[in-house]
Design a protein around this ligand. Structure first.
Ligand SMILES: *Cc1c(COP(=O)(O)O)cnc(C)c1O
Length: 350
């Protein structure tokens, strides 16, 4: 049975064209700074995002780790929302490896409210309290359901950051999706932050890789930490070539993923309007609220039997993510299967 895998956009496999680009990549030793394809990717992503320099890293978690690392000294504080990937899905790395403490704000759907951030920040807390050194923003917001951050909200945060001396990190794992959904130039988004991490291995379909961008000075420091963490890599050109290919071929097509996510949400809302509001689907992520009906684990297990894979984010929360490897027939199949399953009465149904 052909599976329709909607668990994540990380499950994409490299296309034939991407594999050819990888096979033909010019390579060298990147620890010596001699991998031409890796260097080209770093320069291209830095320029795209309005920054001076870039650093190829094997994962988005390491991109965030290094981005925060160069902004927040040990014992300093990072603020982020309570659903942020940096505090929820990086296994405490910022605390364990960087000595960073965190405080979180509550953000419905992960949406940035600059006033709430500014109210809780303590840029210069003196000798007894922890000082806020950076704020992390996530765009699009993963656990918020693919939420696109409001440009004016990020601009307001930037203005405050300039005045207060607090730095800003952007977890832009899916910044490509935000760019395609809004049309806001990547450079305009990227330039609002001091460090930006973007993933090549989500919707863009590369097998491995993220890029951190920042000033030349900060990237030089991040390069040292990357090696110290054991992620100094050698012939990265085979991986970087996949990223370059993805930038050439897989950015604009994210609009297709967004349209398919919306269609899936509309199909499910047509049978169970309480499960999802299609208006909440801004990009390629659909979050199902299963407060009534089958639990998320029950839905996921039943869907798997019928060839559709979904993520369980909580007892009553399931997540569907559209991507390069799911076309229209897959979406029709998933809409049919999930549409039937969400109608089944669950243990909490009257
Ligand atoms: C996927 C993701 C990351 C990084 O994930 P890796 O699996 O470490 O590459 C970071 N932030 C967000 C919001 C993500 O969705």
């Amino acid at each position: 049975m052909e599976l329709v895998d909607l668990r994540s956009d990380t499950v994409t496999r490299p296309t034939d064209g991407m594999r050819r680009a990888m096979a033909e990549a010019e390579v060298g030793d990147d620890v010596y700074g001699e991998d031409p394809t890796g260097n080209a990717l770093e320069e291209r992503v830095a320029a795209l995002l309005g920054h001076e320099a870039g650093l190829f890293v094997p994962s988005g978690s390491l991109g965030n780790q290094l981005g925060v690392r160069v902004l927040v000294p040990a014992g300093g504080e990072l603020l982020c929302d309570r659903l942020a990937h940096v505090v929820r899905a990086e296994l405490g790395g910022h605390a364990v490896l960087g000595g960073v403490t965190t405080r979180t704000w509550t953000a419905p759907r992960g949406r940035l409210d600059p006033e709430a951030v500014i109210a809780m920040a303590a840029p210069d807390a003196g000798p007894y309290l922890v000082s806020t050194r950076a704020v992390a923003v996530e765009d699009t917001h993963n656990f918020g359901g693919g939420t696109v951050q409001d440009l004016a909200a990020m601009q307001a945060l930037r203005a405050w950051a300039d005045a207060s001396g607090v730095a800003l990190h952007l977890d832009g794992a899916r910044l490509w999706n935000a760019h395609v959904a809004t049309g806001t130039p990547l450079a305009e988004l990227g330039a609002l932050f001091d460090t930006v991490s973007v993933c090549l291995s989500k919707g863009l379909g590369a097998p491995v890789g993220s890029v951190l961008v920042a000033s030349r000075e900060r990237i030089a420091e991040a390069r040292v930490w990357r090696k110290r963490y054991g992620a100094g890599m050698r012939q990265i050109g085979v991986l970087a070539a996949a990223g370059l290919h993805a930038l050439d071929h897989h950015v604009e097509r994210l609009a297709d993923d967004h349209a398919r996510a919306r269609r899936l949400a509309e199909a499910l809302a047509a049978v169970r309007p309480d499960v999802v509001d299609p208006a909440d689907v801004e990009t390629n992520i659909v979050v199902l609220d299963l407060a009534r009906g089958p639990s998320a684990p029950a839905l996921a297990a039943a869907a798997r039997e019928r060839g559709v894979l979904v993520s369980v984010l909580g007892t009553h929360v399931a997540r569907l993510v559209t991507h390069l490897d799911v076309g229209d027939p897959g979406i029709e199949l998933a809409a049919g299967v999930l549409g039937e399953l969400v109608q089944e009465p669950g243990p909490t149904a009257a």
